[in-house]
Design a protein. Structure first.
Length: 390
């Protein structure tokens, strides 16, 4: 059997052209985490991202759930204070339901710093990261890059977000159901707010999802998300209207950062891998269809993706790719997909008021607490299922 280096060498299309074991497209959390784990396994890994800076074009609020914080090593100084209180508001904003956990359930991260940290981890493991470089297509192992020379890659990891070009080029499944989210980030004076997660159920501002206000102790994040077709006037107008009197925070003043983007809510895609590459993170639809949380799945799925990729490249055995199976993960999402449908059905303020009334009851509060404080954000991906995962 040829070694990784021999195989890579034989794939070089022309003298001087760079050949890598794995090209990771996208330096979001999924891409950087996968790259780091692959490099730690001794593979030659190149990461490219069209963003010129990891502090620009951020597409997340950065709320990490307890389960992620328990299972992954995120440096404490990158995270805001622990949040135990969730307030659920009806459209009238009157008498919110307060749910209080006896543990820290959420922490909002400084995401620019989280990406910098993830990049540092990947580079320390030996991966190279090129920013300002766009993946522009691939054929027969040759990858075209706008902003850099083409490379040959034995395997391509599509970590290029919700509308993945890599998925299309590899002939893998594509996300088809989206909500769109947008938020304002504005500075707040430290110590002026009590840590709490404010959620507003109001289809006029967030059809099919929620409006939210939460802070990391130094910045407030005020956002809305919903089905774009139902957002009359567009998400930006709804966000500005919501931010003007969002609960828990004063209207934004001074310089603000805007974040936003599509969020796939159709569940994990079925076909995620082929001999030329695989998908991780949003590109794989790895987002909880109910809560729209994607940061935990990014980390959890990347572990499995890296184990499968390394095993496949080491053995050349295509059956290894069968362990990266979207169908198996999807089966564990049925309940959440059903609840998403119920969420989508809340189309009027009256229906939202009624839903909040139901949640005020004992069973309703228990259900809300289970969704918000439970351990079920994303199915655990068991690495020991991989044949000879190292
Ligand atoms: C407004 C909003 C708020 C959210 N808040 C939360 C939250 O608080 N908690 C939570 O758990 N989830 C949240 N989510 C979801 C979560 O942020 C995402 O699921 C997660 O960040 C996806 O990470 P990723 O690495 O897969 O993709 P991304 O972070 O989108 O990274 C993809 C990268 O690929 C790059 N790229 C794309 N195309 C190319 C190309 N052709 N060439 C080179 N590079 C390319 C992009 O520049 C980008 O850097 C939120 C989503 C949105 C939109």
């Amino acid at each position: 059997m040829q070694s990784i280096a021999q195989v890579t060498e034989s794939r070089l299309a022309s003298p001087g052209m760079q050949g890598v074991d794995v090209l990771v497209v996208g330096a979001g959390l999924a891409g950087l985490r996968t790259a780091c784990l692959l490099a730690r396994r001794g593979l030659d890994v190149l990461v490219v991202d069209r963003r010129r800076s990891l502090s620009a074009g951020i597409r997340t609020t950065g709320i990490f759930v307890r389960r992620t914080l328990d299972d992954f090593d995120l440096p404490d100084h990158l995270l805001g204070p622990g949040i135990r209180d969730v307030l659920l508001y009806p459209p009238s904003r009157r008498a919110p339901i307060r749910l209080t956990s006896d543990r820290d359930e959420f922490r909002v991260a400084d995401m620019a710093a989280v990406y910098r940290h993830a990049r540092h981890e990947a580079e320390s493991a030996g991966a190279r990261v090129l920013l300002g470089v766009r993946y522009a297509g691939a054929s027969a192992g040759l990858v075209r890059l706008a902003g850099a020379e083409p490379v040959t890659a034995r395997f391509v990891v599509g970590a290029d977000g919700a509308r993945s070009r890599v998925a299309r080029d590899l002939g893998l499944d594509l996300n088809r159901r989206f909500i769109v989210g947008a938020e304002l980030v504005h500075p707040i004076a430290p110590g002026t707010t009590a840590p709490a997660f404010h959620c507003v159920l109001d289809p006029r501002i967030a059809p099919g999802y929620l409006g939210w206000a939460v802070d990391d102790g130094r910045h407030a994040h005020v956002g809305v998300a919903g089905y774009p077709a139902a957002m009359r006037g567009g998400v930006r107008r709804l966000l500005d209207a919501f931010a003007a009197d969002a609960p828990g925070h004063a209207p934004p003043a001074g310089p603000v950062e805007r974040r936003g983007g599509p969020i796939p809510v159709g569940g994990v895609l079925r076909r995620l891998a082929c001999p030329a590459g695989l998908l991780v993170g949003d590109a794989a639809g790895a987002v909880s269809p109910l809560t729209a949380g994607g940061l935990d799945p990014c980390l959890r799925m990347s572990d499995l993706a890296a184990a499968v990729t390394a095993d496949y490249l080491r053995t050349g055995d295509r059956s290894v790719l069968g362990h990266y199976d979207g169908n198996a993960l999807r089966a564990r999402f049925r309940g959440r997909l059903l609840l998403r449908r119920a969420f989508t059905g809340i189309r009027s303020p009256a229906a939202a008021e009624a839903a909040i009334t139901v949640l005020r009851g004992r069973a309703g509060r228990a259900l809300a607490a289970r969704v918000l404080f439970g351990d079920g954000s994303f199915p655990d991906v068991r690495l020991d299922r991989v044949a000879s995962g190292t």
